[in-house]
Design a protein around this ligand. Structure first.
Ligand code: NAD
Ligand code: MG
Ligand code: MG
Ligand code: MG
Ligand code: MG
Length: 345
């Protein structure tokens, strides 16, 4: 169905036909963030689920304790009609080698992110469907929302459709994990992968942390107290982001003081100027032409030397030392809020 206010198609519960999962078995490979949520939601929606985990996996007991059947990845895939690959993206190619012999013609290889298919790290057999159902949330929320009769928005993409039923089956899977309760948007493996990588690098993870650190360092270098700099540049960011999340940019501008609004509106473009736009375009090009993907694949093959170094530098940044005791100081506020929420329930 088409949502009147959106130019993309959004699918809801009524658009999904659960019978496409009738008599089918889903093997969920991996029991981490997404894996535990998909398997439990699928099982509670009445789908036959088997969790695929290595014999040595520490997650085996957790899956069993949650009442799920557990087998090795190859055995689970053997039994299954749909194999949902929910191990970390960097280990998926190796895990795929273990399960590919178990895929029969007409089976479905299902993902929650497009990296390995889009960058050819996994070459699926030609006679299986290849789909993506990607909740736009960490797994614990996919699980919690389902338990609370709410949904988690998600994406659906079809890379290969040999049965002619890939989309219907994908929608049924999305319904079974609760995504069509909130809305599922159709996309492609390419679009999902490239926008995901760009977003996390340029804006969400890379851009936001760099902005916070530059602001913090500017104030501290000018002689202001690190504690004040921490609050202004890191702590308060959450309040601003919450307002944008709830009601868009205008909601945020309406909630801050007129002084903050005028200062922000008149100065924001001086900080994020045309150079930033050029940097973003270059970053997007690296994502599009596979430069970033190759770098990350090589980095993993080399044992993650740069990753380790960058992670260490971030962990030992001054703002991290200043922040820890300050967050402890404010723990009482969170506790009070939780107590108030509990009393209101
Ligand atoms: P995760 O890191 O939580 O998965 C860990 C699990 O994978 C472990 O519990 C174990 O069962 C298994 N595993 C780990 N190393 C393994 C190995 N070497 N061999 C075999 N199994 C191993 O993963 P995740 O974050 O749930 O990601 C799974 C997929 O979901 C990825 O494609 C990811 O991009 C996608 N995704 C994640 C999120 C998220 O917020 N976590 C959101 C949307 C999509
Ligand atoms: Mg099979
Ligand atoms: Mg993302
Ligand atoms: Mg990502
Ligand atoms: Mg202020």
């Amino acid at each position: 169905m088409t949502d009147a206010d959106l130019d993309t198609t959004v699918y809801y519960d009524d658009d999904a036909d659960s019978s496409y999962l009738d008599d089918k078995t889903v093997a969920v490979i991996g029991y981490g963030s997404q894996g535990h949520a998909h398997s439990q939601n699928l099982a509670e929606s009445g789908v036959d689920v088997v969790v695929g985990l290595r014999k040595s996996s520490s997650s085996r007991q957790a899956a069993k304790d949650d009442g799920l059947r557990v087998a090795t990845p190859a055995t689970a895939a053997d039994e299954a009609d749909i194999v949902s690959v929910l191990v970390p993206d960097t280990v998926q190619p190796a895990v795929f080698e273990e399960i590919k012999g178990s895929l029969e013609p007409g089976d479905t290889l299902q993902f929650a992110h497009g990296f390995n298919i889009h960058y050819n790290q996994i070459q699926p057999p030609e006679d299986v469907d290849v789909t993506m159902v990607a909740p736009k949330s960490p797994g614990h929320l996919v699980r919690r929302n389902y338990e609370n009769d709410q949904g988690t928005p998600g994406l659906l993409a079809i890379y290969q459709d040999v049965t002619g039923e890939a989309k219907e089956e994908g929608l049924a899977y999305a319904k079974a994990i609760g995504c069509t309760r909130a809305g599922v948007i159709e996309t492609t493996f390419r679009e999902e992968t490239e926008t995901d990588l760009f977003g996390e690098q340029a804006v969400l993870c890379g851009g936001a942390t760099a902005l916070v650190k530059e602001g913090y360092e500017t104030l501290v270098d000018a002689g202001y107290s690190p504690e004040m700099a921490y609050f202004e540049c890191l702590n308060e960011l959450k309040l601003i982001v919450d307002l944008m999340y709830e009601g868009g940019l205008s909601n945020m501008w309406d909630s801050v003081s007129d002084t903050a609004e005028y200062g922000g509106l008149s100065r924001g473009d001086d900080i994020i100027d045309e150079h930033v736009r050029e940097n973003m375009e270059a970053m997007l090009e690296d994502v599009q032409d596979g430069t970033f993907a190759r770098e990350w694949i090589n980095e993993n093959q080399a044992g993650r030397p740069s990753y380790t170094q960058l992670k260490h530098a971030e962990e030992t940044h001054h703002i991290e030392e200043v922040g820890e005791p300050l967050r402890d100081l404010f723990a009482w506020a969170d506790e009070e809020e939780e107590a108030a929420e509990a009393a209101a329930d």
